[in-house]
Design a protein around this ligand. Structure first.
Ligand code: AP5
Ligand code: MG
Ligand code: ZN
Length: 220
């Protein structure tokens, strides 16, 4: 399956993408995680991206699109993929459409997680992420087995630099201006599916999985 996860910052895209990736056995591709890994390694891409990310702005489309194009050509994407945090602008969505149609494939589903702003601001205050693999945790609702340590890879759990409340609010503004219009874009293509992202994590996963089963049943 070829899936895009859409939703505001903190809506739970990374959380759901991680679970769905395991269940469906397809790679989870997060542009945010790719940028953060590059920032940590101090690459040129990381240096460029950091100045936008730390201010809650979007990284320019040309940089972002080329990373995703390269990633989609890797072998592990043959069976499908889950894009998390990409596309985030109409030009990015159009580039993705062009790229996929060049490969003779198309998206099966765009999953939109809906969560009110105030819930998001509260959630982000408790978020921790693994510095090594990016897996998100929460100090109240999703604790690691051992405090401060990632269950999956043993990496240290940290607070993201862009999770300060004022930066979160700026990210929300950017989301409404640039990314929210994508819901209309995909709705008109008939592949948008909305989910209530305020429910328990497993409940939302269950709802997404049954919708995906319905879609694969329908398209064969
Ligand atoms: P990115 O890393 O994609 O950040 P984001 O979109 O702002 O989303 P987040 O990762 O903050 O949230 P999420 O939806 O993944 O939620 P999560 O599962 O962690 O992008 C970061 C930056 O990189 C951007 O601001 C931009 O600068 C740049 N960038 C990235 N992609 C780009 C692109 N395509 N173009 C241009 N620039 C780009 O969950 C959040 C918290 O809530 C966690 O603590 C989690 O445990 C908890 N939680 C999740 N689900 C639930 C639930 N159901 N109930 C209770 N708690 C929950
Ligand atoms: Mg994320
Ligand atoms: Zn980890």
């Amino acid at each position: 399956m070829r899936i895009v996860l859409l939703g505001a910052p903190g809506a739970g895209k990374g959380t759901q993408a991680g679970i769905l990736s395991k269940r469906l056995n397809i790679p989870h591709i997060s542009t945010g995680d790719i940028f953060r890994a590059n920032i940590q390694k101090g690459t040129e891409l990381g240096l460029k991206a950091k100045e936008f990310i730390d201010r809650g702005k979007l990284v320019p489309d040309d940089l972002t699109v080329s990373i995703v194009k390269d990633r989609l050509l890797k072998d592990d994407c043959q069976r499908g993929f889950i894009l998390d945090g990409f596309p985030r602008t109409i030009p990015q969505a159009e580039s993705l459409d062009n790229e996929l149609s060049g490969l003779g494939i198309k998206l099966d589903a765009v999953i939109n997680l809906e969560v009110p702003d105030e819930v998001i601001v509260r959630r982000m205050q408790g978020r921790r992420v693994c510095a090594r693999c990016g897996k998100p945790y929460h100090v109240l609702t999703l604790k690691p087995k051992q405090e401060g340590i990632c269950d999956v890879c043993g990496g240290p759990l940290i607070v993201r630099d862009d999770d300060k409340e004022e930066t979160v609010r700026e990210r929300l503004r950017v989301y409404y201006k640039n990314t929210e219009p994508l819901t209309g874009y995909y709705e008109s293509k008939g592949i948008l599916y909305n989910f209530d992202g305020t429910k328990d994590i497993e409940v939302t996963t269950g709802e997404i999985m049954s919708k995906l089963e319905q879609i694969t049943g329908k398209t064969g």
